[in-house]
Design a protein around this ligand. Structure first.
Ligand code: NAI
Length: 463
């Protein structure tokens, strides 16, 4: 064999797998047809966070007059904004390449295609490997009737390219994570944004109370949210897009005009061109490559990790699975046994959660208690001018075991680290409540939510 381990794809799942494999003494190659870093670093997590920060800076300049600071209306150099964002991406992808070199991971450039279960063609070259990890990720799902041209009708990739001027009217089709992050960016930068969502609720998978609070905060900032609504078709006319929008309950159709339309209706696993059959692999009806807790596919020396291996399609889940697969390939007894996978919408306020929603806990048969602490009662949140939201803790009655934590608020994603660790360590609400949290911090809201479970929060009236 040319290599002990061949990793296909250098996104978060793939590059973690390649580096961990090398750390464990394997001779590793990583095949990538695009840029190292995958969707996350190049056209996903990282550039969106850069734009979110720019948008929030704009919003902060507007809100500063509350404490007596008035700025002139900010002007925007869009090409500088795009350049700054691209610079961050370049630095990070360069960093991954550097880590490959430092760990002696061979980077093979080209599209990978199986010849047989141990042989893969990468571009012009054919390589053999004892173990193979498929980490090919996902791509935006298409929506019939809305043809993405990446100018007027864009997916998450096109939406990253900020046009000059910023579109006056933006429609986001899909009220999921991508829809809201971009809605927030464009809204803060000056667009009038409308989100249409097919289902009765936005942000699939999140706790109903948290979603309600989050939706309220987004509406307050001027984002129009319409549920039970879909887009049937979109037509570019001159510099505008005419979209046929349908209320799925009444069947009523209207045509509305926008300057840009974002299609964000989910993602689908990417396996095209891999020639999986040659390796003896099949995909599920929804296109995923199934894997067990050791991330092994039906062919045990071939692993699948990240988006291509199933939902949730999150970089941190891919990273964990990549580490597990590499460790198993190196003969370690690893498994993907995470108690819970955190989820975050990086708007302001953020929506962040880990573990079971209240409804999921009930559906699992738990007797549930909850504790809620509003950010409006947090001194630190007040000093940050960000008092929308709350921390909600879902706990099993009797045992006091923590089942889920749902946060809407500033820096909710950072507060979530404590909640994730607490769940992973099977902490009780009392464990959290007995832990001293620095004052004044946003994290105190997590402590107070744990106290609220026992009706002993100090800074609210416990009912
Ligand atoms: P999503 O699945 O989160 O949301 C898509 C939404 O579109 C759903 O609510 C769905 O009901 C709705 N929808 C579907 N068809 C529709 C139609 N015809 N008209 C109106 N609404 C329609 O998918 P999204 O937002 O595209 O994100 C894709 C994946 O990327 C997700 O798995 C997400 O977890 C991941 N992601 C995660 C991020 C994060 O962790 N911060 C950021 C961006 C993406």
């Amino acid at each position: 064999m040319d290599y002990d381990l061949l990793v296909i794809g250098a996104g978060p799942g793939g590059y973690h797998a390649a580096i961990r494999g090398a750390q464990l003494g394997l001779k590793v190659a990583c095949a990538e047809m695009g840029a190292v870093g995958g969707v996350c670093l190049n056209i996903g997590c990282i550039p969106t966070k850069a734009l979110l920060h720019a948008g929030e800076t704009m919003a902060a300049s507007r809100h500063a007059n509350e404490f007596g600071m008035t700025f002139a209306a900010p002007s925007m150099d869009i090409s500088k904004l795009n350049g700054w964002k691209d610079g961050i991406v370049k630095k990070l992808t360069g960093g991954v390449s550097g880590l490959f070199r430092a760990n002696k991971v061979t980077h093979l450039t080209g599209q990978a295609s199986f010849v047989d279960a141990h042989t893969v063609k990468v571009g012009e070259h054919t390589v053999t490997a004892t173990s193979i990890i498929i980490a090919t990720g996902s791509e935006p799902a298409a929506l019939k009737g809305l043809d993405v041209d990446q100018k007027f009708i864009v997916d998450s990739t096109g939406a990253l390219d900020m046009p000059d001027p910023i579109p006056t009217r933006l429609l986001c089709v899909g009220g999921g994570v991508i829809g809201f992050e971009f809605a927030h960016i464009y809204n803060n930068l000056g667009s009038k944004v409308k989100i249409i969502e097919f289902l009765p609720n936005i942000i699939p998978g999140a706790d109903a109370d948290a979603v309600k609070e989050f939706g309220k905060a987004m509406s307050k900032q001027g984002i129009e949210i319409v549920t039970r609504t879909k887009a049937n078709s979109a037509r570019v006319v001159g510099n505008e897009v005419q979209v046929e929008i349908e209320n799925v309950e009444t069947g009523e159709k209207t045509v509305e005009t926008f300057d840009r339309v974002l299609v964000a209706v989910g993602r689908r696993p990417r396996t095209a061109g891999l020639n999986l059959e040659a390796a003896g692999l099949l995909v599920t009806e929804r296109g995923f490559i199934e894997a067990n807790r050791k991330m092994q596919t039906s062919v045990p020396h071939i692993f699948a990790v990240g988006d291509v291996a199933g939902n949730p399609m999150l970089a941190h889940k891919a990273m964990k699975e990549g580490l597990v697969a590499a460790e198993v390939a190196a003969g370690k007894p690893s498994e993907q046994d995470a108690v819970a996978i955190p989820g975050v919408v990086y708007t302001s306020p953020e929506l962040a959660w880990v573990g079971l929603t209240e409804q999921e806990a009930k559906d699992h048969g738990y007797k549930v208690k909850t504790g809620v602490f509003p950010m409006s009662a947090s001194g630190r949140a007040m000093t940050l001018q960000s008092t929308d939201g709350f921390v909600k803790m879902v706990v099993e009655e009797g045992s006091d075991l923590l089942l889920g934590v749902h946060i809407v608020g500033p820096h909710a994603s950072d507060m979530l680290g404590e909640a994730s660790l607490a769940l992973e360590m099977a902490a009780t609400a009392s464990d959290v409540a007995l832990t001293i949290h620095a004052h004044p911090t946003l994290g105190e809201a997590v402590l107070e939510a744990a106290e609220a479970v026992h009706k002993q929060a100090i800074h609210i009236i416990n009912r």
